[in-house]
Design a protein around this ligand. Structure first.
Ligand code: HEC
Length: 199
């Protein structure tokens, strides 16, 4: 073994160096969203296979029956953007986060919308009911604070719309800028992202 290590010498060192450079080069490649000629974003292909980071719930029962989004909000981050976050604690240009709305499970729901299941009384996830996306792209969206643009493919059952136009900054971006913990992203509600953030 010792002999092998000595014999390996410079050749191995060179091999290791180029390997780590390759890894670095791969790391900076972010899978970005695609846009059509009208600057509308195309619906991502496989957001349910991205990294799942959290599932806030704001039911009607706790919002005087008028929650703007009474469903679960299942939030996912595109994996290459997640890798970049893990290394740097920042959002790369091209970062995408999807938020899919999921209705509360229906099964003889009681007055606060909860159901009693084998695991106990509470809220479970039912059917998909909408999809939103945010993209950080400060070259394309020069007038959006932080370069973050916000989209919706419909607040409704599937099929979702295939493309979406960016909302004006005041509709979405402003609230995220004011209240989100990490550069427009609500990491205070995503334990997976807090745990992955380097110190
Ligand atoms: C009044 C504040 C507010 C407004 C306005 C708002 N959001 Fe959000 N958004 C939140 C909060 C809080 C979260 C954290 C998760 C949750 O509760 O859904 C969030 C999370 C998200 C996420 C998941 C990634 C992230 O940044 O945390 C997306 C995508 C998103 N919102 C899209 C939109 C879109 C599209 C609009 C405009 C149509 C919008 N938001 C408007 C408060 C807001």
């Amino acid at each position: 073994m010792k002999k092998y290590i000595i014999a390996c010498g410079i050749a191995c060192l060179t091999a290791t160096t180029s390997l780590s450079q390759m890894t670095l080069a791969q790391d900076v490649k972010i899978n970005e969203a695609s846009f059509n000629a009208g600057n509308e974003v195309n619906i991502p292909e496989n957001w349910r296979e991205w990294v799942f980071v959290g599932s806030p719930l704001t039911p009607h029962a706790l919002n005087d029956g008028k929650a703007p989004f009474p469903e679960y909000h299942n939030v996912y981050i595109e994996p290459t953007a997640y890798d970049h976050w893990k290394k740097t604690g920042t959002w790369a240009e091209g970062t995408q986060l999807a938020k899919e709305l999921v209705l509360i499970y229906q099964n003889d729901n009681d007055e606060i919308g909860s159901t009693s299941e084998v695991s106990g009384r509470g809220y479970q996830q039912g059917e998909f009911a909408g999809l939103e996306l945010t993209v950080k792209d400060s070259k394309r969206f020069t007038d959006m604070p932080g370069g973050w643009a916000y989209f919706s493919f419909g607040h409704k059952a599937q099929p979702y719309e295939k493309t979406a136009k960016a909302f004006p900054a005041e509709s979405c971006n402003a609230c995220h800028e004011a209240s989100a913990q990490d550069d427009f992203v609500f990491t205070q509600f995503y334990p997976v992202l807090r745990a992955a953030k380097p110190n």
